[in-house]
Design a binder for this molecule. Structure first.
Ligand SMILES: [Zn+2]
Length: 315
């Protein structure tokens, strides 16, 4: 990085050293990567897709969705259709653009750890309650997982009517943590929203948000991810698996519940959630939260679940 900086100082109008320095900053997540810096790079080298995407990231974090959509589109157009980056860029561009459409009329309010977006006319009361619940979750769940997120988490309150269209979530979902967008989305009914339900859903999605930031780029198996969300949400509404397991319910091996569940039909999804909940409850009860933290730490270092279990639980 110091060498690239020197090169830029020696030859400030030359594209190559400027791009090298920019890419090095991006890789290192260097604080020098500011909006001004990226705009200067783009002026000098307008055809580099990476600078556009990095600027889109920055604008997205500041909740400037329109700006993010614009630069994602620039980045996408400058990335060849056959390249390995392109499918992910296409996905992100589509998601951000959908969020931008859905959230144009929403107001936003910040606390130190959250940015909450809501429909200003209807939902002011809900917004206040949501922040209380979230700040509680921040302290309580952060302590249990021994992890506190490094940057504010965005939470979007949709109306029940617009939730599915705005998020593309399956019909059975109560709330959603979108890992691509890094935000929690929840359907509310304004003043009619059931407070106990709201606390459960927000805490549940907050666990997903926390785990996502904590393992950054690696994956927590879905059964453990959902299991922890259910356990730490303080959600006692789920029956024990063995009490439901009467008749011909087919159990699914946990190893088959590590990937995504969104394609599951409702009855299979129910069994999957119950299994994830039971397995996680057993894990916490038998080995303790410290061991669960150890497993998550191992997963964060890009190890598969089987290795994490073997290394940390010795089974
Ligand atoms: Zn969940």
């Amino acid at each position: 990085m110091p060498a690239f900086k020197t090169a830029v100082a020696l030859s400030p109008r030359d594209q190559i050293p400027r791009l090298n320095l920019t890419h090095a900053y991006i890789e290192a997540k260097d604080p020098a990567l500011t909006r001004d810096f990226l705009e200067e790079t783009i002026q000098l080298a307008p055809n580099d897709p990476v600078a556009h995407v990095a600027l889109a990231d920055l604008l997205y974090d500041k909740d400037d969705l329109a700006g993010a959509v614009l630069h994602l589109e620039h980045g996408r157009q400058r990335t060849p259709a056959g390249s390995s980056q392109r499918p992910y860029l296409d996905l992100v561009a589509a998601r951000v653009s959908r969020a931008e459409q859905a959230e144009q009329k929403l107001s936003a309010r910040e606390s130190s750890h959250f940015l909450v977006k809501f429909n200003g006319n209807e939902d002011y009361d809900t917004w206040t309650k949501v922040l209380d619940i979230l700040e509680d979750a921040y302290r309580d769940i952060g302590q249990k997982l021994n992890y506190f997120p490094g940057k504010p988490i965005t939470v979007v309150l949709h109306t029940k009517a617009t939730f599915q269209g705005a998020t593309g979530s399956p019909a059975w979902a109560d709330g959603l943590y979108d890992g691509v967008l890094g935000r929690i989305q929840v359907p509310t009914q304004g003043a009619l929203t059931d407070q106990a339900w709201l606390a459960r859903v927000l805490r549940h999605e907050f666990v997903h948000a926390l785990l996502h930031q904590c393992v950054e780029g690696s994956r927590v198996p879905t059964w453990l991810n959902e299991g922890l969300a259910m356990q730490l949400a303080g959600d006692n509404s789920w029956p024990d698996l063995d009490r439901v397991m009467k008749g011909d319910v087919a159990l699914i091996p946990l190893s088959q519940l590590e990937g995504g569940w969104t394609g599951f039909p409702q009855n299979v999804a129910t069994v999957a959630y119950l299994e994830g909940n039971s397995a996680t409850a057993y894990l916490i009860e038998r080995y303790g939260m410290g061991k669960v933290q150890d497993i998550i730490e191992t997963l964060a270092s890009h190890q598969p679940m089987a290795v994490a279990i073997k290394d940390r639980l010795l089974i």
